[in-house]
Design a protein around this ligand. Structure first.
Ligand code: TXA
Ligand code: MG
Length: 369
């Protein structure tokens, strides 16, 4: 990827002045501000419509001193950083005093991530030279909505303030479509036993292979149960009683949601639901693994009319490709102004965990608009 150095310097200077920069990462686009500037942080919450108690992830450059931003760093953090940074893994650690409470939603922990996208790395390096070097950035979407995976998605979310000269302007860096397509894995290392707060491209098994113990799922942490999956290495009595639920906006049942109601269906349910909706004269959007079925020719032309009311995207059949395209597909289907988005359930296996997590929250969130 060609990086325009003067653009990066301009964006870093904008951050330094308290401005907001939308930046590409390998997961999704972020809406960034200087993590040490509470006024800049407030702008993020205002623009996103995000409740103040939902903490932001702090992004740092490769090789940046972690001890500057976090304290009580366990060995597991160093092991995971060596294995997966830069990359789609956020670590929750004890907060250093340098991180204002506005960033962490008042909590004594902070989420830290080192993104792999070369433009994000270039921006972080430039910002480390002229400012704090720490960029707090949630996904660059309105609260609860689908995360952006292209610069155009960011314009679709915040068009009114992208590139203008107001105090609340967003400086947008276009780094193309995001490689991963769904948000980073979040692992809480601030407790006695690691907890997977949000599944992502880096799996529980990959983490287990590096740190030697299986992270709890949120459900297991809440119930104080040892991991259910094979490979569990210990049941630690020390964490008994640690059932406090961290405030993770991605953990809300309703999140990552389109405005059109979205439902998840099996392949068999999908076909009958399509028929019911089309017969009722509705427009229908579909994300399925199969190609759009050929519409039967009908003497009165009903088949043809139905076909026009059916908006169909054939999803990628591998989990990596599916994740990459997912949010763009949901946005396309949302924009098609149909009465319902029908999504064929992906397989219920480990590589699809993060995707199934996002889809179930999208379904829940879409019914709350
Ligand atoms: O891939 C990503 O992580 C993207 C890119 C831009 O880096 N960022 C992202 O940010 O998804 P956001 O704000 O949309 O989601 C961050 C999640 C939220 O669910 C937040 O609650 C959680 O991280 N989080 C941040 N700090 C936390 C903390 N100290 N404890 C628990 N959860 C935390
Ligand atoms: Mg988000």
């Amino acid at each position: 990827m060609l990086i325009n150095k003067s653009e990066i310097i301009e964006a870093a200077a904008f951050l330094q002045r308290g401005g907001l920069v939308a930046l590409p990462t390998e997961t999704v686009y972020g809406l960034g501000a200087d993590a040490t500037n509470p006024d800049a942080i407030k702008k993020i919450f205002a623009l996103k419509g995000r409740p103040a108690n939902h903490p932001l992830i702090v992004h740092i450059a490769k090789g940046a001193p972690l001890g500057h931003w976090a304290t009580h760093i366990p060995v597991a953090a160093h092991q995971l950083i060596a294995a997966f940074w830069p990359g789609p893994l956020t670590l929750i650690l004890k907060r250093s005093q340098r991180i204002p409470l506005d960033v962490t939603g008042g909590q004594d922990t902070v989420g830290i991530r080192c993104p792999a996208h070369p433009m994000a790395q270039a921006l972080l390096a430039a910002f480390a030279k002229m400012g704090s070097g720490a960029i707090a950035a949630p996904s660059a979407n309105k609260f609860g909505h689908v995360s952006p995976t292209t610069a155009q998605h960011v314009r679709d979310e915040f068009g009114e303030v992208v590139g203008n000269t107001s105090n609340n302007a967003i400086y947008l860096l276009d780094g193309g479509a995001c490689d991963v397509g769904i948000e980073s894995t979040i692992l809480d290392l601030s407790r006695a036993h690691p907890v997977l707060l949000r599944p992502g491209a880096i799996s529980r098994e990959q983490i287990r292979n590096v740190i030697g113990e299986m992270p709890f799922t949120r459900e297991e942490a809440a119930l104080n149960k040892p991991p259910s999956a094979a490979g569990k290495t210990r049941s630690d009595p020390a964490h008994t009683g640690q059932n406090d639920t961290p405030r993770v906006s991605g953990s809300l049942a309703a999140h990552y949601a389109p405005l059109t109601p979205l439902v998840l269906l099996t392949a068999a349910q999908l076909q009958s639901e399509i028929d019911i909706l089309l017969d009722a004269g509705k427009r229908v959007a579909v994300l399925a693994f199969t190609a759009q079925p050929r519409v039967k020719p009908s003497p009165v032309g009903i088949g043809i009319r139905n076909a026009r009311r059916l908006v169909w995207i054939t999803a990628e059949t591998d989990a990596v490709g599916y994740a990459q395209g997912l949010y763009a597909h949901l946005r396309t289907l949302d924009a098609a102004a149909t009465s319902m988005i029908l999504v064929e359930c992906p397989p219920d296996s480990a590589p699809w965990d993060a995707i199934n997590d996002r889809l179930s929250r999208a379904a829940a969130g879409s019914h709350q608009h």
